[in-house]
Design a protein around this ligand. Structure first.
Ligand code: ANZ
Ligand code: ZN
Ligand code: ZN
Length: 882
């Protein structure tokens, strides 16, 4: 199928791929030295370094098609940049700490380190089989103590700067697992592993990184990052959530002893404050209880706050909570109207936003309106559209910029935006408030009750309190051989040799912190470590990192748009404070690749059925019937995964088609940022193309090697030469500027088709052989980013010197780019009607199209249909009308 059975040797991709991989390794072509990097960065002719980094994978066991797509994109760019004379850093590493290793340990008694290292070895074998051009000498694994000791070092630096702190928070607790669960491990209020167990809320001490301190910087820089996709920047803007408004303090009337005397609210609509007819505190707000103390409402408030706590556990981020609430029994004074307003508490006010308290304006806010209606609280109109004509819009009226204030004292008649500014100035003068900015971003909780993570370098001493582990006692090592089965809480707490230690300050007995760090700490700075992976004195030498930062191209999934891609920006800014790096941002250009999906078949009883199992259908065709029960199957597009039974095994794909074909296919079938629909027919098309290229060289090898430099630009040979140079120009633009690998591959397909016009000419004339050779030389360069092994083989068979991956990118000859034009005589019914200039290689259909667009031809045709045409290429077209 991939080659025709003949005397020629087949396209033996397995042999070709293995042998070139060996050659690249021996020649160490993809390694980069620190000295070269410094020189290339300081090149007087301009910076000549290029860093191309793919998000580091979690070593789950096998590469999946999403990985392969990610690395194929990165490798195409790395080769392309190398061939443009840049020194390229293209490294890989392993995000090797984390939950799956721990679960394997719990479920199978596997040692997490052994399990992880075996997975790394297996995935590395697959990456090598794909022939990705990595600088393997810079490989890192985050589970290596030589790596994670720097997580601990950074933790200590954060601590010194008050960028990390300990605080009590409510966490999800599964009583069956006896452990804390992440929010993603809670499914509808129940444990992900015990769906009969309701998750409880427990207060625990946790470490938090103060990312909020950099909120303004993180937000502002987003507008100066043109190399990032708009969608990601928008998501980060939302996540950081800058909100401009005012803080206003309402004095409490008859405040009980021990309670604060003011309630601070955050509002974006100070212009509506004359309509603030009540205040609402979050049930978790500390004043909710203290205010109600001693009032008849005390018991009701307590009961409500308890109920809300349980509800919050089930629906932590829920917007679904109703407008329940209770009166606290107290009032505050609206500082603008001077009127007393009742203070309520309700779950629709969140504790961790703004100040945890709001002024409710039921006339102009939909949530407040609903609450007021339910609890019979007064609704007042304080803004309205400027034009005085009735009818006034019904309440609640959220308003707009042109609105004017009514019933608002001296601000009545003023427009909303001016009123907001003027009223904030008034609050400031009077001392009860000021303009303020609030952020949605939360501090980053990094404590995990996990065994396979970086130990937090803290010791608790009865005498000295919380004591950081000094730098010279790092790393705090993870203990080996911990039996995890059935250990409740933080697993490390059950390892006496780990927990029991001495206080670094007083030398007395002390206990270690037993929580480990969120693995997002590991991945927040890892790309810097690639630049100096063996450093034992520092996380990296700033001089080694400088040539490569900011990263020229960072590639990964959109799933990381907020988490990882915010944490690493925060870390960069923090590392800049430490003098380890420079500039505002760590990543100049970001490419978020789309998902790889495939058709998946589902039986209501037997779940996901693999295509191989299906009788009468499956794959790209009709869904067919369940092989187990005969039921009709349903078919949907799903992300490719082992659990959905819709993912072909990578090794089997490579066995069948070769690494080059798999890689080229993943770049060809869709633009990199779009979703990719995996199909067997598509990959076969790519396999055929590569077989054809190989076959052409097999058949005409001698003539191609003997061919002289191309001279002629005439006839068929000239047409092929123009096609070659146009292809060079277009592929260069597709990869270099547009990052559209799919169209680049399509153009390569076209050039191979054009080349095949010569396949059956035996022997090739001198001009033909020269033009064909020129096309193949160009292809051997243009194909390196997609099919490096075959490109290398072509390069060698053409008798070219050195390695194909090290040649310069082909350059188009400008003289051959201009489209040659010829004059064509157009007749209608044998009568001359026009002379047209058309491209020399235009075919009959194109010429007919151009002729019909000509006024005189159109007039002569007078709307009649074309019966037939007579075409003499390059000379004449006669159109015979009906
Ligand atoms: C009075 C008002 C009148 C409001 C009005 C809105 C419209 P963003 O834009 O998202 O920042 N708010 C403040 N803190 C809150 C909390 N902890 N939980 C729930 N809601 C809270 O939203 C700011 C607005 O959300 C604030 O402005 C406040 O309601 C409410 F016609 O104050 B506003
Ligand atoms: Zn001590
Ligand atoms: Zn079934």
């Amino acid at each position: 199928m991939l080659f025709c059975a003949s005397q020629m040797s087949a396209y033996d991709f397995a042999r070709i791929e293995a042998s070139w991989q060996r050659r690249w390794d021996e020649a160490r072509v993809f390694e980069v030295s620190d000295a070269d990097a410094r020189a290339a960065a300081a090149d007087p002719a301009g910076r000549r370094t290029f860093s191309c980094i793919e998000m580091l994978p979690y070593p789950s066991g096998k590469l999946h098609s999403g990985h392969v797509r990610n690395y194929s994109i990165g490798d195409a760019v790395a080769h392309f940049q190398r061939m443009h004379g840049r020194l390229v850093l293209h490294p890989i590493g392993w995000d090797a700490l984390g939950l799956p290793a721990e679960n394997a340990a719990i479920e199978r008694g596997a040692d997490p380190r052994t399990w992880t290292l075996a997975n790394i070895a297996e995935m590395k074998r697959q990456l090598r089989r794909l022939g990705i051009s990595y600088a393997w000498e810079r490989e890192i694994a985050t589970c290596d103590p030589a790596y994670y000791r720097w997580n601990q070092w950074f933790f200590l630096r954060l601590l010194e700067r008050d960028l990390v702190y300990r605080s009590r928070r409510i966490l999800n607790w599964c009583p069956r697992c006896a452990t804390v669960l992440a929010n993603e491990q809670v499914e509808e209020g129940r444990c992900w592993r015990h769906d009969d167990t309701v998750v409880e809320q427990r207060e625990m001490d946790q470490w938090f990184v103060r990312v909020t301190r950099m909120a303004a910087d993180l937000d502002a820089c987003l507008d100066r990052m043109p190399g990032w996709p708009e969608a990601v920047r928008t998501m980060q803007h939302h996540w950081i959530g800058r909100s401009e408004g005012a803080r206003i303090r309402f004095p409490v009337l008859e405040a009980p002893a021990g309670a604060a005397r003011e309630i601070e609210v955050f509002t974006t609509r100070l212009d509506t404050i004359f309509g603030a007819t009540f205040l609402v505190l979050s049930p978790e707000h500390p004043m909710t209880r203290t205010l109600s103390a001693g009032t008849p409402q005390e018991a009701a408030v307590r009961a409500y706050a308890e109920a809300e706590r349980a509800a919050a556990a089930r629906d932590r981020f829920g917007t679904e909570r109703g407008k329940e609430g209770v009166f606290t029994g107290r009032h505050a004074r609206n500082p603008y109207t001077g009127e007393p307003v009742p203070i309520w508490t309700s779950g629709y006010v969140l504790m961790d936003y703004g100040s945890g308290a709001i002024m409710a304006v039921p006339g102009h806010d939909a949530r407040d309106f609903e609450f007021a209606t339910q609890h019979d609280l007064p609704v007042v109109r304080v803004i309205r559209p400027p034009d005085d004509e009735p009818p006034e819009p019904p309440l609640p009226w959220t308003g707009n910029e042109t609105d004017v204030l009514v019933a608002s004292g001296k601000w009545s008649g003023m427009r909303s935006p001016e009123a907001i500014a003027s009223m904030a100035a008034h609050a400031r003068e009077a001392g009860f408030g000021e303009a303020a900015v609030t952020w949605r971003l939360r501090d980053w909780g990094i404590s995990r009750q996990r065994r396979w993570g970086t130990p937090i370098p803290i010791v608790y001493c009865a005498a000295c309190g919380t004591v950081p582990v000094p730098d010279d006692r790092l790393p705090v090592l993870l203990p080996e051989g911990v039996n995890l089965a059935g250990i409740p809480g933080a697993p490390l707490a059950a390892v006496p040799s780990f927990v029991e230690t001495t206080c670094p300050k007083c030398g007395g007995p002390a206990r270690r912190e037993t929580d480990t760090m969120d693995t997002f700490v590991d991945s927040s700075w890892y790309f810097y470590r690639y630049t100096d992976p063996k450093n034992e004195k520092a996380p990296f030498d700033p001089a080694s990192a400088a040539p490569w930062f900011p990263i020229d191209l960072y590639i990964g999934g959109i799933a990381h748009a907020t988490g990882h891609l915010i944490y690493c920006r925060f870390f960069h800014k923090f590392m800049r404070e430490l003098g380890l790096t420079r500039g505002d941002e760590p990543v100049r250009n970001l490419l978020t690749q789309g998902m790889v999906v495939s058709w998946s078949t589902f039986c209501p009883e037997h779940r996901w059925i693999s295509p191989e199992e299906i009788r009468g259908g499956g794959g790209d065709g009709a869904p067919g019937h369940c092989p187990h029960c005969g039921r009709e199957l349903t078919r949907t597009l799903e992300k490719m995964s082992k659990s959905k039974n819709n993912a072909p095994d990578l090794d089997r794909m490579i066995d069948r088609y070769g690494a080059d074909t798999v890689r080229m296919y993943l770049l060809f079938a869709a633009p990199p940022e779009s979703e990719f629909l995996w199909s067997e027919t598509g990959i076969e098309g790519c396999a055929r193309l590569l077989g054809r290229v190989h076959r052409f060289q097999e058949r005409h090898g001698d003539a191609l090697r003997a061919a002289g430099p191309p001279r002629s630009a005439d006839g068929d040979a000239g047409a092929l030469r123009r096609k070659t140079h146009r292809t060079i120009a277009a592929v260069t633009d597709d990869i270099g500027r547009r990052m559209l690998f799919n169209t680049a591959v399509a153009r390569i397909f076209e050039l191979v088709n054009a080349l095949y016009g010569f396949y059956d000419r035996e022997p090739l004339s001198g001009d033909e052989a020269s033009a064909a050779r020129e096309a193949l030389v160009a292809l051997s360069g243009l194909m390196v980013p997609f099919t490096p092994h075959l490109a290398e083989e072509m390069h060698s068979r053409l008798g070219l010197p050195g390695l194909g991956v090290s040649v310069r990118w082909p350059v188009a000859d400008a003289a051959l780019l201009s489209v040659q034009e010829v004059q064509i005589v157009v007749q209608v019914g044998g009568k001359l009607r026009a002379r047209l200039s058309v491209p020399a290689d235009a075919d009959e259909a194109a010429v007919l199209g151009a002729a019909r667009g000509d006024e005189k031809v159109a007039a002569a045709l007078a709307g009649r249909a074309v019966a037939r045409t007579v075409y003499v290429p390059g000379r004449l077209l006669n159109i015979v009308p009906q």
